[in-house]
Design a protein around this ligand. Structure first.
Ligand code: NOJ
Length: 524
């Protein structure tokens, strides 16, 4: 196969835009579609291939847009269909693809479907959601817990039944076993594909079809508070059920009717569960998100093990992918520490598989501080003070150092970030932004980094993660120092790139917190 025939998403890099916090164009303090369009040149210059935009659909915003009232509309806060079409055209004009967020497992309780379902047991849309009679004690039908705290069931007094809500009570679970609901949801995918959307990131896929016998989940004996209340139980029966995998295949069939589209799936779980989303015949998600790094302790041995296990678990022909951050998890510069952020960036850009960059990570942003009175995230409100809240990773982009940091002329919906701005960093060759540009450009010019085979080498000195990428005779060796001490490596190699712009050449000494890409000594 020549390079030209490789699907774009295998060599491409995805960038997650969190639209509320990307760029405001109206002064209302919330980012919007025209704002994203205005910043497309920044993304092109950064060197990414595609943007995935978190939900932009009509929503009461109880969960920041992951509670949808219309799957084929645009939330007025963000703009309208005209602004959306303009954004897609502009992106395509710059060679950038556009992925949207598809939220199949639940709608908003304000969705007309749910309002109708709630009218009574005889409602035409009753079965589009998941209803159960109370348990024998009159309480919830089983022990399932909501991800955001409390039971996963809400009592509907009018009908005397409970409905399932895996997240907030305002996010009732959709019933994918109902063929009419399924058809309506698949039509929503077609609606956006027909408008030129290049793919979707599919939300919370593990929850699409919970056990239809509604068996109790099993207790987690290793639970501790930091995991949040929902993890007191394993999700034995509430997630990753066989019908869910089948419904993913139906989504894939819709995508396959179009040219060059991609489905990326969010499903947190054990490696084996995640791998099943590729589909037995690679007919599921093209890229089930690999969250290994987002949850990993920052340790060279641990990450070497993670890479080995992930590569070994991939189904034949399944294309790998890697993620360091998203709008739900602590920022990498906070988890690994700012000194390690460049090493982390080099790791993400040189591993085998499609990388996804979370907005602001290219600037090395750390978790922000959100005072209690400004908290927006319902999770933090429900389960306060345990570090579960996601607002700190959702602060507006710091574009420049002027008022509103170039994000808004109004009052931002979350406090402004104190991180270093894109403008300041673009003038600094040693900045995280410049590092990302160098890495992305190297990745584009070196097929070994995107398409090459990966061979893990032994961890050196307990802190240096090393691997080789090889493609059509070109061999690149990556050495990443997770520690602060210098470590001696092979001196005979040639330097391709270092995270440290001051480095002149390769002398065999890898500095603490440094990452390098080398051409190994052929004789070595
Ligand atoms: C996962 C999304 O990433 C998260 O932000 C959201 O709260 C839940 N799914 C519910 O949709």
């Amino acid at each position: 196969m020549t390079h030209k025939q490789v699907e774009w998403w295998k060599q491409g890099v995805i960038y997650q835009v969190y639209p509320r916090s990307f760029q405001d164009s109206t002064g209302n303090g919330v980012g919007d579609l025209r704002g994203i369009e205005r910043r497309l040149p920044y993304l092109r210059d950064l060197g990414v291939d595609a943007i995935w935009i978190s939900p932009i659909f009509p929503s009461p915003m109880r969960d920041a847009g992951y509670d949808i009232t219309d799957y084929t509309g645009i939330e007025p806060l963000f703009g309208d269909l005209e602004a959306f079409d303009a954004l897609v055209d502009a992106a395509h004009g710059l060679g950038l693809r556009v992925l949207l967020d598809f939220v199949p497992s639940h709608s908003s309780d304000q969705h007309p479907w749910f309002r109708e379902a709630r009218e009574g047991r005889g409602s035409r849309r009753r079965d589009w959601y998941i209803w159960r009679d109370p348990g024998p004690d009159g309480g919830p039908p089983n022990n399932w817990l909501s991800e955001f705290g409390g039971p996963a069931w809400t009592f509907d007094a009018a009908s005397g039944q409970y409905y399932l809500n895996i997240y907030l009570p305002e996010q009732p679970a959709l019933n994918w076993r109902n063929p009419d609901l399924r058809a309506a949801m698949l039509d929503a995918l077609r609606f956006w594909f027909d408008r030129g959307v290049d793919g979707f990131r599919v939300d919370a896929a593990e929850h699409i079809a919970p056990d239809d016998a509604f068996r109790d989940n099993l207790p987690n004996p290793d639970w501790h508070e930091r995991l949040g209340p929902a993890r007191q139980l394993f999700r034995t029966y509430s997630s990753h059920q066989p019908d869910g995998y089948a419904f993913v295949r139906e989504m894939r069939a819709v995508a396959d009717a179009y040219e060059g589209r991609v489905l990326v799936g969010e499903a947190y779980g054990e490696l084996a569960q995640v791998m099943r989303y590729y589909g037995d015949a690679l007919d599921g998600f093209h890229l089930p998100f690999n969250f290994g790094l987002i949850e990993a302790p920052w340790d060279a041995d641990h990450i070497a093990g993670l890479i080995r296990d992930y590569e070994a678990a991939l189904p034949a022909g399944g294309w790998p992918n890697w993620v360091l951050g998203n709008h739900d998890r602590a920022r990498i510069a906070s988890r690994a520490g700012p000194a390690q952020a460049p090493v982390a960036a080099m790791l993400l850009m040189t591993l085998r598989g499609t990388p996804t960059i979370y907005q602001g990570d290219e600037l090395g942003l750390e978790n922000g501080i959100v005072p209690p009175e400004l908290i927006q995230d319902p999770w933090e409100r429900n389960v306060p003070g345990q570090g579960l809240g996601r607002d700190p990773v959702r602060l507006p982009m710091p574009w420049d150092d002027g008022p509103g940091r170039g994000f808004t002329q109004g009052t931002p919906w979350l406090p402004l970030s104190e991180g270093s701005s894109a403008e300041a960093q673009s003038n600094d060759p040693g900045s995280m932004l410049s590092l990302h540009k160098r890495l992305l450009s190297l990745r584009r010019s070196e097929p070994a980094l995107s398409l090459g085979a990966l061979e893990l080498l032994a961890v050196e000195g307990g802190t240096v993660l090393r691997y080789r990428r090889t493609h059509e005779g070109r061999v690149l060796e990556i050495a990443l120092n997770f520690g602060t001490q210098d470590i001696a490596l092979e001196p005979g190699a040639a330097l391709v790139m270092s995270t440290d712009t001051q480095r002149q050449g390769w002398d065999g000494q890898l500095a603490g917190n440094e990452g390098v890409i080398l051409v190994p000594d052929a004789a070595g």
